[in-house]
Design a protein around this ligand. Sequence first.
Ligand code: PSV
Ligand code: MN
Length: 431
Amino acid sequence: MTPPFRIPDEFIDRRNQRLKPALDEDYSYLARQLERRGIDIEAVTREVMELEIAVPSWGVGTGGTRFARFPGPGEPRNVFEKLDDAATVQSLVRCAPAVSLHIPWDEPEDAAALREHAAALGLRFDAVNSNTFQDQEGQAHSYKFGSLTHVDRAVREQAIEHNLHTIEVGRALGSTSITVWVGDGGNFPGQVSFRDALARYLESLQAIYGGLPEGWKMYLEHKLYEPAFYSTVNNDWGTSYWCASQLGPKCSCLVDLGHHAPNTNIEMIVSRLLQFGKLGGFHFNDSKYGDDDLDAGAIQPFRLFLIFHELVSEARRNPMFEAAYMLDQSHNVTDPIESLMTSAIEVQRAFAQAWLVSSRKLEEYQSKNDALMAHAELKRAYQTDVTPILTMARMRRGGAIDPVATYRASKYRILKSTERPQTRSESAGIV
Ligand code: PSV
Ligand code: MN
């Protein structure tokens, strides 16, 4: 059997050679500009080279809306092929070496074989995600009226069991964290007792927390609404923070950018969670109205920058600071590989721009109540075109100077459409 097509490194190199003179020119020019501002471009490039953004397994397939899904050609048909696509993203952008799996969507029959496959592709496993927002074939109890918060203890126990199983799968794959998101909530006022549901949620989480292996972390993902449209149990960062605090040091909060009401000041939520030591990680995406799951930076790039301003300020204060960065998007009209690459680069962009803020100047303006100049300091960083930094970081790591053009020129998708004849319609990835 011919092995699945991969974009050869030499192909990337060859295309890079043509674009490198222009990159060198742009990079030197930006270096001189930044030097005038007292910024060493190499220090920023090094930071960018260290940043890692995990890819969700469900992001390599075409997503959908509540109305329809329009699958594209050559979509991955199983978790092995999902990893192949994630490896393609990584080979071109070199900042996405980890994949986040969803169990049971990605339940491996043979975890050791999957782990080996990932290692051969140069990938590792990020947080595993449990799924109790759908009923699975053959399960005893339905999650129609909740899972970890269900009024019936037997349903809660089944959901806890599933989380413990997800941890086991993660452990076999070399993952070291679990993200818990539940769709539990109510559609009607009066349907659910807010207090009792939260108490049950915490009790269930305690059982999962108790099953965390040595060195593992647990992330709680809050969400304002959907699929429940009146109330959800972990509806906001405050509830999430309270639960994470009750659980203990291995638990922290995960912020999915789309899980807030429009106009919510997410950067401030990030700041609060950082200040309270409970910011665990992110699901990056963008939105205009709700949990739109659009590509990171597509709608509100300034907001993404402001979030990274908070994160970089923390990293400057505490060099040991780390957070789990992941994309969580649904690609309905684009090639998922192209969207994932573009989003990862947009996350890098916000990160690099945030390193251009002078904290000394900002603090000085703040201490003098100089609102205009404080804001201008942030704007100056945000308005700097850091593309040469991102491109240089990517090229130095062996990635493509122009990832999307290189991907298209490789004919990867066309080749996959012959390699992977579709057998059935995948439904995962629409939440
Ligand atoms: C829920 O909307 C969510 O953001 C959670 O992270 C899920 O795991 C993911 O989407 C599933 O698509
Ligand atoms: Mn999410």
